[in-house]
Design a protein around this ligand. Structure first.
Ligand SMILES: *Cc1c(COP(=O)(O)O)cnc(C)c1O
Length: 378
């Protein structure tokens, strides 16, 4: 847990909403309130920073805030996939990686490529099935967790899986993109490493791509830092500045979006054109109890299956007027897409729509969804 010094010099623990605002600021009289956007590729010799691929004051400020929120030390990358590639790159050739069958498409495809090249062996599991997942961890180097998963919002029992996998010798990595550290802190639950697509909720405005890795383990930190230095997948300073600016308001953005998401999920369950709503906050969601025990909220992602499959779901995406038909998620604007349209999503139900709930008024969003769902039968 990040702490600052209190009046008596003792560390005081602050609420995440306070940390998001107060960490990562330059100190001292005359210091700017915000870190400057550092635009220098090199530094005068004799100081701590030598070259712009090693370090940057703009990334460091962002990393201090994210590290404080996750309870570890953070390293920023040029994208979520760059962060994921850096972590997977630490696995020795021939290593076994256990990963969710329903993980983010990019993660699955990167793992698939590594398997095809004979670099890694991948064991795909139903991550909501704890027994199946633990059994697969025998002799594995790494257990890759994602919870809730993208896009089916399945829940993994992180508190049970992390120690069980470690007992079998596997390191545990959690993609915390959907939950964010405000709703779930995987390092507290025993995970060794957290990865993020900063592009999504942390940045929060659909105006940048960035990724991050967070860990408490010094060896992991050094290995991932080396992977960043040699792999070179560093973020730009403008991106890091925008990501930090986004992170400042994450607590208020997420609280509002989550409230709206819960309400829309409940209304969708009653809609005749909707076959199934996938939202961990709904009592009927198979992972509801675990989500309730390990998360501080259920998030702002809602997936739902439209009656009539792919053509009906496509019709909804074409009919929305306020919601934005687009990929990606976590922005202030509500976006929607049919995930099954992409290569690699063959296991996603064809009529599934993934909705990233933003900050518009709930009734305006509902009115748009209702008229779009009505268009299915027109
Ligand atoms: C988007 C996403 C990624 C990849 O992040 P990029 O910033 O697009 O490279 C990884 N994991 C999850 C869960 C995502 O949603």
């Amino acid at each position: 847990m990040a702490a600052i010094r209190g009046r008596a010099g003792r560390p005081v623990t602050l609420d995440p909403s306070t940390l998001a605002v107060s960490l990562g600021r330059p100190h001292g009289p005359g210091a700017p309130v915000n870190p400057p956007i550092g635009l220098s590729s090199t530094y005068r010799l004799g100081g701590d920073t030598i070259y712009g691929r090693d370090d940057s004051p703009t990334w460091s400020a962002f990393e201090e805030v994210l590290g404080g929120l996750e309870g570890g030390r953070a390293l920023s990358f040029s994208s979520g996939m760059a962060a994921i590639a850096a972590v997977l790159g630490t696995v020795s050739v021939g290593g076994i990686v256990v990963a969710p069958r329903g993980a983010y498409n990019g993660t699955r495809r990167l793992l698939g490529q590594a398997a095809e090249q004979g670099r890694l062996t991948v064991r795909s599991v139903d991550i909501s099935n704890t027994e199946e997942t633990v059994t697969a961890c025998e002799d594995a180097a790494l257990l890759w967790l994602e919870s809730p998963t993208n896009p089916q919002l399945a829940i993994a029992d992180i508190c049970a899986l992390a120690p069980a996998a470690q007992m079998l010798g596997a390191a545990v990595v959690a993609d915390n993109t959907f939950a964010t550290p405000l709703l779930q802190r995987p390092l507290d639950m025993g995970a060794d490493v957290v990865v993020h697509s900063v592009t999504k909720y942390l940045g929060g405005h659909s105006d940048l791509l960035m990724g991050a890795v967070v860990t408490r383990d010094d060896e992991w930190f050094d290995n991932v830092l080396t992977a960043r230095q040699y792999g070179g997948a560093i973020p730009g300073s403008l991106e890091a500045f925008l990501a930090l600016r986004g992170l400042r308001t994450l607590p208020v953005r997420l609280a509002r979006a989550q409230e709206t998401a819960g309400e829309l999920a409940a209304r969708l369950t009653l809609h005749p054109e909707v076959e199934r709503v996938r939202y961990p906050g709904l009592p009927e969601h198979p992972g509801h109890d675990i989500a309730k025990s390990q998360m501080r909220g259920f998030g702002a992602m809602v997936s739902f299956d439209v009656v009539g499959g792919a053509p009906a779901a496509d019709a909804v995406c074409e009919a929305v007027k306020l919601l934005v038909p687009a990929t990606s998620l976590g922005g202030v604007e509500t976006s929607i897409e049919r995930r099954g349209r992409y290569v690699g999503e063959e296991n996603t139900p064809p009529g599934l729509l993934r909705m990233s709930v933003g900050l518009e008024h709930v009734d305006d969003l509902w009115a748009d969804l209702e008229q779009a769902l009505a268009a299915v039968n027109r």
